[in-house]
Design a protein around this ligand. Structure first.
Ligand SMILES: [Zn+2]
Length: 158
């Protein structure tokens, strides 16, 4: 069963990636004057504080800092109902509004969603669609190369 619009997964990733570290400075698109516009552009309802809350809750689970059960409260209004028609029956989700949709999207991709390994400097998340599912960096061209260069330097100075 997948009642999820696949765009919810994209939206979840954008949400998770709304607080990156840029050039050593932590930023947050969901704080300050641009926050409401940021959410409106993406069709995410609600005050920025609510979006931040679910973002930080999912991020903590993905980072292994909180249990998945901590997300339960966001889906408590979600129900699955059966709809009977000439085609037979199908299941439909009800009550899956935004915070719930973010959690359902997390569930859809949780085995492929992880923090960039350059966590201290980046704080971005990635969804690895590759067969090997072994991607470690949000982007090879930035974080991947940066870390490789640093490890190389460290080896030279051993
Ligand atoms: Zn990164």
């Amino acid at each position: 069963m997948s009642n999820l619009v696949s765009s919810d997964v994209g939206l979840l990733l954008e949400l998770l990636n709304s607080a990156p570290i840029v050039d050593g400075v932590p930023t947050d698109a969901l704080r300050g004057s641009g926050a409401t516009g940021w959410l409106r552009e993406r069709g995410i309802p609600g005050p920025p504080a609510a979006a931040r809350e679910v973002r930080d809750a999912v991020a903590a689970v993905v980072r292994g800092e909180a249990s998945a059960g901590s997300l339960q409260k966001y889906v408590r209004d979600v129900r699955q109902v059966v709809v009977v028609s000439a085609d037979g029956v199908r299941w439909r989700l009800e009550g899956a509004r935004f915070p719930a949709r973010a959690v359902l999207a997390w569930a859809e991709v949780k085995d492929r969603l992880r923090p960039c390994e350059n966590d201290a400097e980046c704080r971005l998340f990635l969804i690895d669609r590759s067969k090997a599912n072994a991607r470690r960096w949000c982007s090879m061209s930035t974080c991947g190369n940066r870390l490789k260069a640093r490890r190389h330097q460290a080896r030279l100075h051993d």
